[in-house]
Structures are given as structure tokens and as C-alpha cells.
Design a protein around this ligand. Structure first.
Ligand SMILES: [Fe+2]
Ligand SMILES: [Fe+2]
Length: 396
């Protein structure tokens, strides 16, 4: 990636920059995906200053600095997420490092040349990256990301300001310092929001998981059925090209498909062998009961879960229950979960049947395409059969 995208704003007039700052602030606060947000914050800060490179650090819960995004237009990797979720790269917050000093003092550092920091400063520049990569870091602008409570949540470090016209190295100006400081405060608010959204989502995902487990617990021989159904459904939805938000919701919502079984008596739910017609009629009520239990929520996952609970036993040809919906009258979520649920039930041993192998189960799905199942969903299922097998092994 070339550095041309960072040029325009450094040249533009102050009112244009101010307008752009407001625009960027609004855009940042509406971004809820943390990694996209972090990359965007650093990119926008570099656009405002025409900086060749930069690093964004986050302050972790245990009080360290985590390298979260690194961007460098002069080196091959223009953006690298340092480490990953399970093993991020962190460093101690020490006043002897540049980013550490900014975190400790809460003040901005604007350094014309990091190789000429006077020894009396108390902090120094670590040249190890330059030595490894052959890069020459020169000017540096390092700004704290302070939230409205005054807490420092991260640090933006911009490296090597470029002259807009010539592209030559220059120092960061005091105007740029001010702009980045404003951007950093907006970024801190956006970061707090994204983290809260993430926490909220994790909490309700956990609550949903426990609720689904409660229903499954009564159905003693289903093993990790609900987890597999969620995974299969999400994989199918992904291959169908459905939106990412829908796929994430479906992954959770599909696990609640049989929540209505909470109200089915054990003597029916755990009966070995065939149900009588009365028992079967009662068993079938779990679909509408599940739909009712989950109805009326404003939460998108619970709304989708209600739709799935109600429709996962509808058949493509109209012979299913509870409403005998036909073809595309059945919501897509129900069409997908019908395939995911039946496939998993076929592959698993139950109190009334032994497990079929993968091939036999797939054969049944194929035969039922256009009868029980949506032909389009069955086609997609076969297209991603390898992925389905992987999920089956992973959640065995
Ligand atoms: Fe069911
Ligand atoms: Fe099921």
C-alpha cells in the first residue's frame, strides 16, 4: 500500500480539518468491531499528520501496554495486528520507554528526531525494530488516548511526518499535535463503547448458552447437539453469503431451537422407542412453545431464536409443523436449522435410535431435498461438507 492516502489532509485548510475531525469522530463511535476500530483510529491519525508509520497501544486490564496495531507504508506489511487474541504482545508501562512515559504522565511527546533524545529526558528510543527492519524512525508524535473520566486507555504513536509536497521527512507541527489529541479523545470514547458492546454481547451469549444447556440437559443423550447445530447453521449461512451480523446471531440463536422441550414431560422426552400418536402430538408442541418462550424480545438474537424455535420443524413441501408453512414461507433461519438439526440428529445415537454414519446421513438429506428441506440449503450443505465434518469432529 502506498502512502498517498495520508497526503490530502495534511495539506488542507484548518476548517476542512475540523470538519473532517467531526466526521471521523462520528464514524469511530459507530464502529463496534474492536479490531476494525483500532486500525481505523491509527489510519485516521496518520491521515491528519501525513505520518508514514504508527503504532497503537492499548492499556490492558492488568496494567501493561499491548501492541495492538502497527502500520507502516514504507515497509511491506502496511498493517499488522501484533500477536493475536490469545497471545498478544505486551510490555511493561515504564517511564523509560516513549509510549510508557506518555501513559504514566498523560502528556503528549513531540520529538523531532528519536535518535537525538537528550540523555537527561529519562526515556529513550528502542532501536531494535529499526535495526531488524532497516527502517529509520525520525520524528515521533505520541499522544495519550484519554477517556472522559481522565483514564488513559491507550497511546497513539505516529512516526515520520512527511512534507505533503516533497514527501521528505519533517517534524510534527503543533497544529498536528492538537488535532491528534482531539482525535485521540474521540477514539478513547469509541474504544470504551466498543468494549462495552463486546462485554454486553459476551454476557448475553453466556446467558443464552446456559439457557440452551438447561433445555438440553433434560434431553440426556444429545451430547453437544446444540453447539453443533449452532456451528453447522452458521457455516451454512456463511456459505450462503448472508451478512456477518446475521451469522453471529444465528450461531447463538440456533442453540435455542429446542428450548420448548423444557415443557415436555420426561416420560415423553426420554421414552425409548416409538411415541404413541398422543405423545407425538404433545412432543410437537415444543416448536410453538419455544417460539412463545422467546417471543417479545427486542434483542435481535432472541428474536431470531424465537423464529427458529417456531419454524425448525416446518417442511419445504408444507408437511411440517406447527403451521404447515411451505417453501419460502419458512424463514431462512428455519430452513437452515432444519438441515443442521436433522443432520446432527441422524449422526447421533438417541434413546430411540442408533447413530448413522456421515455418508448415510448425507444420503438421507439428499433424498429429502425438496421434501423436508430447502433444496438451496441442502446444496450449500454439500458444498461445505468438509467444513461440516470438521465441526462434527471438533464438537464430538
Ligand atoms: Fe425440535
Ligand atoms: Fe435439535
Amino acid at each position: 500500500m502506498s502512502g498517498d492516502f495520508v497526503v490530502s489532509l495534511a495539506e488542507s485548510d484548518p476548517s476542512e480539518k475540523f470538519r473532517r475531525l467531526i466526521e471521523v469522530g462520528l464514524a469511530l463511535t459507530s464502529e463496534s468491531d474492536l479490531s476494525t476500530l483500532l486500525g481505523r483510529i491509527l489510519l485516521e491519525a496518520r491521515r491528519f499528520t501525513c505520518a508514514d508509520a504508527g503504532t497503537l497501544y492499548l492499556v490492558t486490564k492488568d496494567g501493561r501496554l499491548q501492541f495492538s496495531v502497527v502500520q507502516n507504508d514504507s515497509l511491506d506489511h502496511s498493517e499488522v495486528l501484533v500477536g493475536n487474541g490469545s497471545s498478544p504482545v505486551t510490555m511493561e508501562i515504564s517511564p523509560t520507554s516513549i509510549a510508557g512515559c506518555v501513559t504514566v504522565t498523560g502528556s503528549t511527546l513531540n520529538i523531532p528526531d528519536v535518535y537525538e533524545i537528550p540523555g537527561t529526558c529519562g526515556f529513550h528510543f528502542d532501536r531494535s525494530f529499526d535495526l531488524k527492519s532497516g527502517y529509520r524512525s525520525r520524528s515521533m508524535l505520541v499522544v495519550p488516548m484519554k477517556n472522559p473520566k481522565g483514564k488513559i486507555v491507550g497511546v497513539i504513536q505516529l512516526i515520520n511526518a512527511r512534507c505533503p509536497g516533497s514527501g521528505k521527512d519533517t517534524a510534527f507541527s503543533s497544529d498536528q499535535e492538537e488535532l491528534v489529541l482531539c482525535l485521540a479523545s474521540q477514539a478513547a470514547v469509541a474504544l470504551d463503547n466498543a468494549r462495552l458492546t463486546g462485554d454486553l454481547r459476551r454476557s448475553y451469549a453466556e446467558a443464552i448458552h446456559h439457557l440452551a444447556k438447561a433445555a438440553e440437559y433434560r434431553d440426556k443423550d444429545t451430547g453437544r447437539h446444540i453447539e453443533r447445530v449452532g456451528r453447522y447453521a452458521a457455516a451454512i449461512a456463511g456459505a450462503m453469503g448472508l451478512p456477518q451480523d446475521y451469522i453471529s446471531d444465528l450461531l447463538l440463536a440456533a442453540t435455542l431451537h429446542d428450548i420448548g422441550k423444557l415443557s415436555i414431560p420426561d416420560c415423553i422426552l426420554q421414552k425409548p422407542g416409538k411415541l404413541t400418536s398422543d405423545e407425538y402430538r404433545e412432543m410437537k408442541c415444543h416448536a410453538s412453545l419455544g417460539g412463545e418462550i422467546l417471543a417479545g424480545s427486542e434483542n435481535p438474537v432472541l428474536r431470531l431464536a424465537s423464529e427458529i424455535a417456531l419454524s425448525h420443524h416446518e417442511h419445504w413441501d408444507g408437511s411440517g409443523y406447527p403451521h404447515g408453512l411451505k417453501g419460502d414461507e419458512i424463514p431462512v433461519s428455519g430452513q437452515i436449522c432444519a438441515v443442521a438439526d436433522v443432520f446432527d440428529a441422524l449422526c447421533s445415537a438417541r434413546c430411540y435410535k442408533s447413530a448413522f454414519g456421515m455418508q448415510e446421513s448425507c444420503e438421507i438429506l439428499k433424498q429429502e431435498s425438496g421434501r423436508h428441506f430447502s433444496p438451496a440449503v441442502v446444496d450449500v450443505f454439500f458444498r461445505i461438507k468438509d467444513r461440516i465434518s470438521e465441526i462434527r469432529e471438533e464438537f464430538a
